[in-house]
Write a protein that binds this ligand. Structure first.
Ligand SMILES: *Cc1c(COP(=O)(O)O)cnc(C)c1O
Length: 411
């Protein structure tokens, strides 16, 4: 389709957008177990209105937009406090978990370079997020993946054996994405401290849920700045912060570590150019939305949303355990779960669920399906389980094989 030569009416275009969205997964009613988070129409409305107000404000230079400086500082402070960062902690907002992880890799590479390391290496469990590989490729850091144990937790002894004089970064996740399991962060941080290298905790998923679980009195393994060797932590606000897409935070233990993620040049004819992350021009929308939603919800709101998500998660686990063919991978204890099947093709089940209007991730190894549970799933777990049982029955009796669907796409 070519670009129209004459302008169309706004109403016609907006109607067409609604029409286009009709084939999208019904995420506002909990039919997506990946990619989308929803805390209700009222929260969405606050995010939407705040986003609109600052849509074209530019966070590239907050001297022109003191509003965005203030909002960014507030959001980073709220997240740093949740993580027990203390007064020294300092960070930046980024466009998402990927950018936060890229900056963690970049900061570690810069610190290594300052110590004379030419090609830095990062040691990370096989379960750490794919965005670390992106960082490795973009920044020329060598990725040293270490297999996890049968319980899908990081194998710290194996990580210790992989450390060399070129190591600049150790990674732990809280929880890791594929099986939703929290790594032994304390042990990994001790290892990092012993070698005096960075230790990044990827809490993109758990950075809000885990602190709230702790406040609710649930058992939570240590993962934050209370562990001395942890140098930085990432937390996605566009996941369990229930704000608009395009918002994550990376918090460093102190300003000196934070400085290593920044970029500054005068090597052009445009003067001093400095930025905190990957982006140049950066919409103020997601920053304003995060600032607004976090205050709209407050700690009470997040506690309640966490309670709901955890209840849905437990309900799903009970239902999964009751399906004889299902095998849950490891012992997930936050809000993410992966499961495979005995004698049934996991990807074919995933395809059959999609035909029934439900979206789950397909991953391997081993071939499995993956669900991220959040507050939007309140009231839908039973119907999802019913669809899952039907899908298993449909696929189980046949030889049907599905082809794994990718998590992301290049289209
Ligand atoms: C989602 C996620 C990321 C990547 O975040 P994006 O917002 O998709 O860029 C990184 N790590 C973990 C553990 C995640 O869940």
């Amino acid at each position: 389709m070519a670009l129209v030569s004459h302008r169309r009416s706004a109403q016609e275009i907006l109607d067409e957008l609604d029409e286009l969205a009709k084939d999208d997964i019904d995420w506002k009613h909990g039919h997506a177990f990946s990619l989308a988070y929803y805390a209700g129409d009222d929260v969405y409305d606050v995010a939407q209105q705040a986003n609109l107000k600052f849509l074209s404000a530019n966070a590239l230079n907050v001297a022109a937009f003191p509003s965005l400086r203030r909002m960014q500082n507030d959001v980073v402070r709220w997240v740093a406090d949740l993580l027990h960062g203390g007064d020294a902690a300092a960070g930046f907002m980024t466009s998402g978990g990927t950018e936060s992880l890229l900056m963690a890799v970049k900061a570690a590479r810069t610190r290594g370079a300052q110590r004379g390391i030419v090609t830095g290496e990062m040691v990370l469990p096989s379960t750490a997020h794919a965005a670390f590989e992106k960082g490795a490729e973009y920044f020329g850091v060598r990725s040293v993946r270490v297999p996890v144990g049968n319980d899908y937790r990081a194998d710290v002894a194996a990580m210790a054996a992989a450390v060399t004089p070129n190591t600049v970064l150790l990674v732990a996740s809280a929880p890791q994405y594929p099986q939703g399991i929290v790594d032994p962060v304390s042990d990994i941080a001790v290892l990092a401290q012993r070698h005096d290298v960075n230790c990044h905790v990827d809490a993109c998923m758990g950075g809000i849920t885990l602190p709230m679980m702790e406040k609710l009195g649930e058992p939570v393994p240590p993962f934050d700045f209370r562990i001395p060797g942890v140098t930085s932590i990432s937390v996605d606000l566009h996941k369990y912060g229930y704000t608009a897409k395009g918002a994550s935070v990376i918090v460093h233990r102190n300003k000196q570590l934070r400085q290593q993620q920044t970029f500054r040049t005068e090597n052009w004819l445009g003067g001093i150019y400095a930025s905190s992350g990957i982006l140049g021009t950066k919409s103020g929308g997601p920053i304003a939305a995060a600032w607004a939603v976090m205050q709209y919800l407050g700690e009470d709101g997040y506690l309640q949303l966490t309670r709901v998500a955890r209840r849905c998660f437990e309900q799903l686990l009970v239902g999964l355990r009751a399906i004889p063919q299902v095998v849950i991978l490891g012992q997930p204890a936050v809000t993410l779960v992966a499961f495979g099947f005995r004698d049934v093709d996991a990807f074919a089940v995933g395809d059959a669920l999609h035909r029934r209007g439900w979206f789950v991730d397909q991953q391997q190894p081993p071939p499995s399906l993956h669900c991220t549970i959040n507050a939007v799933h309140d009231g839908v777990i039973d119907s999802f389980l019913e669809a899952l049982r039907a899908a298993v029955d449909e696929v189980g009796g046949s030889d049907s094989r599905g082809k794994q669907k990718a998590y992301g796409s290049l289209e």
